[in-house]
Design a protein around this ligand. Structure first.
Ligand code: DNO
Length: 359
């Protein structure tokens, strides 16, 4: 397990690399640049970001949110141009030591919440929260407006303004699209990029749908065990791998998260993990909890044990955290609770590892 942290770059993040470096056991980043879906990630931009990370004594072997242009997901004729751009980005990232690229194949929306800062009465912390009932009354345009307004001026990954500006038009283009068509478009994309990944030694890792069910009538094909079995068989290569996000998968009580990690870990198809906990509050209603098992509904020990036993080389990040100790910053991406999460996950790992060796 290689412990990593998400960082949005010095111009966009309130957290300093020097602070990340001080978190025990932190090896590097799951980094990202602020780029529109479909754009080529230029070498000079990648180099500047990665040089800065290296200068702080951290690695950058994973890059996240190289977003897939909607024309690819929609299967439009223009998709070939965007697939070519994606190939160029893969090559450019590989030149600077990137080994894993995290992406998703969700139509229109990446992750979705109905409240970015739900306060807990008993301790005053706040965290991301979702209640499908609230969504029902809101609708897609309203939720976008509210998310932008609640983000306190921070850019949120997956909520890039240029993409969302086209929202109404894009939603229309998806009308009537089935999961089968989306899967066929996905296969076309993977067939276009996997040979490049194999050539330059990069693994693609798809992030699950979050929350783990379809929303707004859009097809979603990556939120259950059988979906991942289909995805990895679309192109049978270790370069076509998974980024299992426990909080996304765990939002749906039907998912047995440790079993999913074990199954695909054993197949060598878990390239990285986002590990966090969720607390279910009712039907399709949950809040993001601290990482500790007893604070939410996921068995974090069983999850870390599954990683330890089946995919020990996976890159891991503590994913989202709550806002605690009066911290203000990008929702889900404060310093303190993510650092606590990393320390806890490292503790679980050490206990599992040492007891396995009879220590
Ligand atoms: C949410 C993140 C996601 C993830 C993307 C990958 O906080 O985990 O935005 O990075 O889905 O493309």
């Amino acid at each position: 397990m290689k412990m990593t942290f998400r960082w949005f770059g010095s111009a966009q993040d309130t957290i300093k690399l020097s602070q990340i470096k001080q978190i025990p056991g932190m090896t590097g980043l799951m980094g990202l640049l602020d780029k529109a879906a479909g754009d080529i990630w230029r070498e000079d931009e990648i180099k500047a970001y990665i040089d800065e990370v290296h200068a702080a004594g951290l690695e950058c072997e994973v890059i996240e949110s190289v977003n897939v242009h909607e024309d690819i997901k929609l299967g439009l004729p223009t998709r070939d141009k965007y697939i070519e751009n994606y190939r160029i980005t893969i090559r450019n990232l590989a030149k600077y030591g990137v080994k894993v690229i995290v992406y998703n194949f969700m139509p229109v929306f990446d992750w979705l919440r109905t409240d970015l800062a739900r306060i807990r009465d008993d301790d005053g912390s706040n965290s991301l929260y979702f209640d499908e009932k609230d969504l029902g009354t809101m609708g897609p345009l309203e939720i976008v407006r509210k998310t932008a307004q609640d983000s306190k001026g921070f850019s949120l990954p997956g909520w890039e303004p240029e993409r969302l500006a086209q929202l109404e038009t894009t939603l229309k283009l998806y009308e009537g699209m089935t999961a089968e068509t989306l899967l066929a478009n996905y296969k076309y994309f993977l067939q276009g990029i996997v040979p490049t990944c194999e050539e330059v030694g990069v693994r693609m890792a798809v992030h699950p749908d979050d929350p783990a069910w379809p929303i707004f009538g859009l097809p979603r094909i990556a939120h259950a065990e059988e979906h991942f079995a289909k995805i990895i068989s679309l192109v049978d290569s270790p370069a076509n791998s998974l980024c299992l996000c426990t909080g996304s998968l765990g939002s749906n009580t039907a998912n047995d998260v440790p079993a999913i990690v074990s199954r695909f870990g054993k197949l060598g198809r878990v390239a990285c993990m986002h590990i966090r906990n969720v607390k279910h509050l009712g039907y399709r209603k949950f809040r993001e909890a601290s990482h500790l098992s007893s604070d939410g509904d996921l068995n974090m020990y069983a999850i870390v044990k599954a990683v330890h036993d089946t995919c020990p080389d996976a890159y891991v990040r503590p994913d989202h955290g709550r806002m605690i100790w009066n911290e203000t910053g990008r929702p889900g991406y404060g310093l303190y609770d993510r650092a606590l999460g990393a320390a806890y996950l490292n503790g679980l790992w050490e206990a599992i590892d040492k007891s396995g060796k009879g220590e």
